[in-house]
Design a protein around this ligand. Structure first.
Ligand SMILES: Cc1cc2nc3c(=O)[nH]c(=O)nc-3n(C[C@H](O)[C@H](O)[C@H](O)COP(=O)(O)OP(=O)(O)OC[C@H]3O[C@@H](n4cnc5c(N)ncnc54)[C@H](O)[C@@H]3O)c2cc1C
Length: 586
């Protein structure tokens, strides 16, 4: 009998595992996908090789790339961008770690309190949550992003909008700022040369400004795994959970099994008591545990719940999926912006109650994808009647022909902005089981329904407001032409499909992160979030919540004391972690 079994090793699972292993519990992590132990050898920077959702090394599918990916059923034109494997979707992420606004938490009484999704607040206050944010910020660690030309251009535009420059970590009002991100700052030769021979660890440390965050971070080459620049969990929490005995007195190293797809949660006397997982040879394995933690992400958690036949008395399992109702605005400039250089997303504007606008720079194939993925049709040729306006942009919809070629051929003269909406929890945005696609080897597959054209008035207001601000920012920065894409649904930030909440009628989890209907079953990843975190990139919030959930598990089921208020965290770049990583070949 294990103390704890954790399902999934993406953004959330390794956080719970690391915290509880650090307290000496016997933790097993089961991951459906691959573990990339030698990414410098296993990964290329070629975009199709890395990112192709069918054949790429970073996809939702089995370790063997010759095998078909795991499919989901989308009744609308959309796509969920996730990754199976150790690190999960953080293998793609940009490491942006903004704090959520206080207005999405219970008890908020600021002048803008009515602006938020007040029916779906976190079931505790922001002041209670802040220490968990700080704990994760020190563990990863989170630092202020370095600035370059594209950041200076973005700042110029934000100042032109009349926004305040924010230097605090807490979000308090409309403002612009450098991102807080979990990318180690450049040191030594890093950021000073493009010569790969000079960019080897230890001469180079931290971000080498390679511009390939999306393809998985291997920089600086020859660095120990926990000293790679971008703090995806494969480089931060996973090395820590595997070496908990080395950096924590009384800690116990977590066991990790990959290519282990959990197909069932086991129950006994109405409580969770373990899981069954399947290995690629078709064998089924049973693990018994005192506590089960689901961290399989927003799509797979409800799928596993339904396939396990777990209770769903209020019909909220899988409901309430938020995804920041993203959009994309870009400006064409006459002079150099440098959009293909350096870390992808170093600057942002926050508009509490509405969401955020952040600069996001992409490698070329993804850049052209982002500039052509529209729900509004082809500008000047046909109109999809999506109901969205240009909000002051010169064009709405995707560019084609010479217009597109012209923009893309001067990619370093573009400034791009991702609109990240604070969108409402809607019961009809949901994950169920498909009755259209055949089952795969793990059971019935997930169906993801997004009511793209039936958003609440507040969600639509927020997205249009942010798109207008992004257009204004481009103009104030000096753009010659500005384009709004009106993205079709692209689910990069998925949240809240197994939400915690104050109201038992509209939530799956209680305020401890424990399932209301199944004692000893916890959820710790983006799906546990109560709402869309106010439009903040969600992972820091999820990881802080996972830390809090780990404490609750330790207190409730193992008789332990909480630690976050009483101690200081160990950093994932601590020398003891590095020594154990090197010693054990991790
Ligand atoms: C391009 C891109 C950029 C992003 N940038 C940012 C950013 O800058 N900042 C930010 O905050 N967020 C960012 N995100 C979002 C971020 O990646 C997610 O918030 C985060 O990864 C979510 O963590 P998770 O644990 O919920 O899910 P995931 O990271 O998707 O992890 C789930 C894991 O569980 C495994 N799993 C699922 N089902 C099972 C099962 N049945 N058995 C065993 N294992 C299972 C999966 O294989 C996977 O490894 C970005 C996302 C994308 C796509």
């Amino acid at each position: 009998m294990r103390d704890v079994v954790v399902v999934g090793s993406g953004g959330g699972g390794p956080v719970v595992a690391k915290e509880l292993a650090g307290r000496g519990l016997d933790v097993l992590v089961l991951e459906a996908g691959a573990r990339h132990l030698r990414p410098e050898q296993e990964w290329t920077r070629l975009e199709d090789d890395a990112n192709n959702p069918i054949t790429g090394v970073l996809r939702v599918g089995p370790s063997k790339r010759s095998e078909t990916p795991w499919l989901r059923d989308f009744p609308q034109n959309s796509f969920v961008w996730q990754i199976a494997g150790v690190g999960g979707t953080t293998l793609h992420y940009f490491g942006n770690c903004p704090r959520p606004p206080a207005g999405v938490f219970a008890g908020y009484d600021g002048p803008d309190k009515a602006e938020y999704d007040t029916a779906h607040l976190f079931p505790f206050g922001y002041d209670e949550f802040r220490p968990y944010l700080e704990w994760v910020e020190q563990t990863l660690p989170v630092q202020t992003a370095p600035m370059g030309t594209k950041e200076a251009v973005f700042f110029r535009g934000a100042e032109g909008l009349g926004l305040e420059h924010q230097t605090r970590k807490d979000v308090r009002g409309p403002a612009y700022r450098a991102q807080e991100n979990c990318i180690l700052q450049p040191q030594g030769t890093a950021g000073r040369t493009n010569d790969p021979r000079q960019l080897l660890y230890p001469d180079a440390q931290g971000c080498t400004f390679c511009g390939h965050c999306f393809q998985g971070c291997v920089e600086p080459r020859q660095a120990p795994r926990n000293l790679k620049a971008r703090r995806s969990t494969d480089n931060s929490y996973v090395p820590m959970m595997l070496t908990a005995d080395a950096w924590s007195q009384g800690g116990k190293a977590t066991e990790l099994i990959t290519d282990a797809y959990v197909v069932k949660v086991l129950m006994s006397n109405g409580e969770a008591r373990g899981v069954v997982y399947r290995t690629p040879d078709g064998a089924l394995h049973t693990v018994e545990a005192k506590v089960v933690v689901l961290s399989g992400g927003c799509i797979e958690n409800p799928r596993l719940w339904f396939n396990s036949g777990l209770p769903n008395p209020n019909d909220w399992v899988g409901r309430g999926l938020t995804e920041h109702h993203l959009d994309w605005v870009f400006g064409e400039f006459d002079s150099y912006v440098g959009s293909s250089r350096g870390a992808g997303s170093n600057v942002r504007c926050d508009f509490p109650g509405y969401g955020g606008v952040e600069n996001v720079c992409l490698p070329p194939a993804l850049q052209s994808f982002a500039m052509t993925f529209s729900d509004s049709g082809i500008c000047g040729v046909y109109d999809n009647d999506s109901g969205v306006g240009p909000q002051g942009a010169d064009t709405l919809g995707r560019l084609v022909g010479n217009d597109l070629k012209g923009a893309l051929s001067k990619v370093d003269n573009l400034l791009t902005a991702l609109v990240v909406t604070d969108d409402d929890v809607q019961a009809d945005n949901r994950v169920t089981l498909s009755s259209v696609l055949p089952s795969d080897e793990h059971g019935r597959v997930a169906r993801v329904e997004i009511q793209h054209r039936k958003r609440t008035a507040r969600t639509r207001r927020n997205r249009d407001f942010l798109a207008a601000r992004a257009v204004g920012l481009m103009r104030a920065a000096g753009a010659r032409a500005v384009h709004r894409m009106d993205w079709a649904p692209l689910l990069l930030h998925v949240q809240s499909s197994m939400r915690m909440g104050l109201d038992p009628a509209t939530s799956v989890l209680d305020s401890d992160g424990q399932a209301r209907f199944v004692p000893r079953l916890f959820i710790a990843d983006n799906s546990a979030l109560a709402n869309s975190a106010g439009g903040a990139n969600p992972t820091l919030t999820s990881q802080a919540l996972a830390t809090r959930t780990a404490e609750k598990i330790f207190q409730t089921w193992f008789g332990g004391d909480p630690w976050v208020q009483a101690e200081s965290p160990t950093s994932s770049i601590d020398d003891r972690v590095t020594a154990a990583v090197l010693d054990r070949g991790l």
